[in-house]
Design a protein around this ligand. Sequence first.
Ligand SMILES: Cc1cc2nc3c(=O)[nH]c(=O)nc-3n(C[C@H](O)[C@H](O)[C@H](O)COP(=O)(O)O)c2cc1C
Length: 223
Amino acid sequence: MEKNHPFISYTMKHYSEGKIAQNAKEFRDWAETRRSVRHFSDKHVPIEVMEELIMTGSSAPSAAHKQPWTFCLISNKELKAKLRELAEEEEYRSYNGRMSEEWIKDLEPLGTDWHKEFIDVAPWIVIIMKRAYEVDAEGNKLNNYYVSESVGLAAGFFLMAVHNAGLVALTHTPSPMNFISKALNRPENERPYLLIPVGFPADNAVVPNLSRKLKDRVIEYYL
Ligand SMILES: Cc1cc2nc3c(=O)[nH]c(=O)nc-3n(C[C@H](O)[C@H](O)[C@H](O)COP(=O)(O)O)c2cc1C
């Protein structure tokens, strides 16, 4: 072991085989109840809750522990309205010519269109930025590795934290997303990754009746 990089012992609770199986089943059953929600209430969510959810996201593994993400936490009404306007402009163009017929058809069951009311209505918008590289105090560029994979994991952890808290979110990718960097005045080394409204579902919220792939289509066994 390298002297300059100390290690600490890692222990965790020991469960019986039965308890492990039960944990796995219960967690899966609970995870299966997560849905992407597109109809939000404007009900308040405290900033401290959002900070906890984000820090859960930031606990994700990352390549070489570079943690190549920034979470922008937005509640400012004017900024949300601006983001909605800009997202809708891009989405309008996407739905009216930029997306392929196949893509439009794939989206049909979700009932989505260019309207993005949720950006205005949800109490919080979290924009996850991926950091392509870091810049040190002298202005030198420092590499990050497997940035998309790492930020994807952070986003996944964040979404599960939202679900666990009893809130809902939507993984949204208004395309292209360059307008976000400008609107939020983000530095050159960051690129928008996901726009995620977070809050409570609207009273009349509905979600598409989707089914998920079954085990035989998910797992290939090599035993
Ligand atoms: C990378 C990614 C991008 C997505 N982009 C959008 C989007 O722009 N708009 C939207 O309404 N849903 C978007 N979704 C949500 C998916 O449509 C949703 O996850 C999928 O239909 C499955 O539904 P569920 O999340 O309720 O299980 C996105 C999801 C992912 C993972």
